[in-house]
Design a protein around this ligand. Structure first.
Ligand code: F6P
Length: 385
């Protein structure tokens, strides 16, 4: 009989998950090289979680709100801590931080093979958001030679691991090594991240949208149409959507991941590619959302497929539940799926009263209308499953 085990720590969970996949791919006797890659990844994660713990501790000590210069020192501390811990791990080769203009190329004697990208402290606007966080992504070094910046210029679809954490009343770390999205919570007595929820799945649709509407005059017509749609069209369950915006990407996206809906940081006339950085904000978040069954797009292209042309490149972001993101891409590309005039979901909204629709969704039953439209049946099937 298998012994029953208590919730694993992050490192124990990753070791088990990566080992299982390694056995599937390489059999019970993987090469020494493959085995050492797994151990290297665990060592790298140790350094990342240590950085997260140190930054969380510092935020609690400093307390909020604080004057701007103290917030700047907090940011500097976070950046310095992440860089230092990653160097000490001796498992990284290139580091890219939101707070450093240039990448850090790790010197030969401390080098490993992972390229790590991160925003050490986000949500530090003035005044700071109540839920600040960090975002990070891990790539294999692209080339095999001396590490250089091109080793890190990869689309998020190449990530082998990513996560974000929230420094709130407790420190939460959402993490994936490509096996779904999992939630870990810092147990302060043990000072360890413990698995508190595995395989987090985003709802197929949601009733919250999260965008800074104050910039509406600077958004393009499509973004304004998306916002108008979120305000005037009910969500798929018939409930009117509501707006929630904290102004911290990790906190706003976390709510959308857990509850469903849409997060957007669109392009503006003064920021034609929006504000979110592709390599260490939008890319890892898009990859994590995909792990949870959601989607992320610029409006026209999936974010995880875009290769950054420089380390601080930006992209417009629409990220969230499948249904809300389909509405965005429909508006941007005017395609048959999402165009509000021909989109089957939109047709469904128009044709059926909200009550009938909710009842059908709850039961997962087909109606005569659904028989007419294979896509609608498929859609309901997904929801019912
Ligand atoms: O990109 C940095 C960031 O702090 C995000 O975490 C957040 O979503 C956004 O900026 C807030 O920007 P704004 O104040 O323009 O809405």
């Amino acid at each position: 009989m298998e012994p029953s085990l208590s919730a694993p720590t992050l490192q124990q969970y990753v070791l088990r998950s990566v080992r299982e996949r390694m056995y599937k791919m390489h059999g019970r006797n993987p090469s020494k090289e493959v085995q050492s890659q797994v151990l290297d990844l665990i060592a790298l994660l140790n350094s990342i979680t240590l950085a997260v713990k140190k930054v969380g501790k510092q935020i609690r000590q400093v307390g909020l709100p604080r004057p701007r210069d103290e917030l700047d020192s907090l940011n500097e501390y976070a950046n310095q801590t992440w860089v230092e811990e990653l160097l000490y791990s001796q498992k990284s080769c290139v580091l890219v931080s939101e707070d450093l203009a240039e990448p850090v190329i790790v010197q030969a004697e401390m080098q490993g093979t992972y390229a790590v990208v991160f925003d050490p402290l986000t949500g530090l606007a003035d005044p700071p958001a109540p839920d600040m966080g960090s975002i990070f992504g891990i790539f294999h070094q692209m080339g095999t030679g001396t590490p250089c910046v091109t080793d890190v210029l990869q689309p998020a679809s190449n990530l082998i691991g990513a996560g974000y954490c929230l420094y709130s009343s407790c420190t939460t770390l959402m993490f994936s090594v490509g096996d779904g999205l999992h939630q870990f919570t810092l147990d302060s007595a043990m000072n360890e991240f413990i698995l508190t929820r595995s395989n987090v799945k985003m709802p197929f649709h949601g009733t919250t949208y999260s965008v800074n509407e104050g910039y509406s005059a600077q958004y393009d017509a499509e973004t304004r149409e998306v916002i108008q749609n979120m305000k005037t069209e009910p969500a798929l369950n018939g409930v009117q959507r509501t707006c929630r915006y904290i102004g911290s990407m990790v906190a706003d996206c976390h709510r959308i991941i857990m509850k469903g809906g849409l997060y957007a940081y669109p392009a503006r006339t003064d920021l034609p590619n929006g504000k979110c950085k592709l390599l260490y904000e939008a890319g890892p978040m898009a990859w994590l959302v995909a792990q949870a069954g959601g989607h992320a797009t610029t409006g026209r292209n999936p974010i995880i497929d875009i290769c950054p042309d420089n380390i601080h490149a930006r992209v417009p972001v629409f990220l969230g539940s499948a249904d809300e993101v389909a509405i965005c891409t429909g508006i941007y590309t005017k395609n048959a799926w999402g165009n509000l005039n021909t989109d089957p979901m939109s047709a469904l909204r128009r044709k059926r009263s909200i009550g009938e629709k909710s009842a059908a969704l709850k039961k997962g039953v087909k109606t005569d209308e659904d028989e007419d439209d294979g896509i609608i049946c498929f859609h309901l099937g997904v929801l019912a499953s």
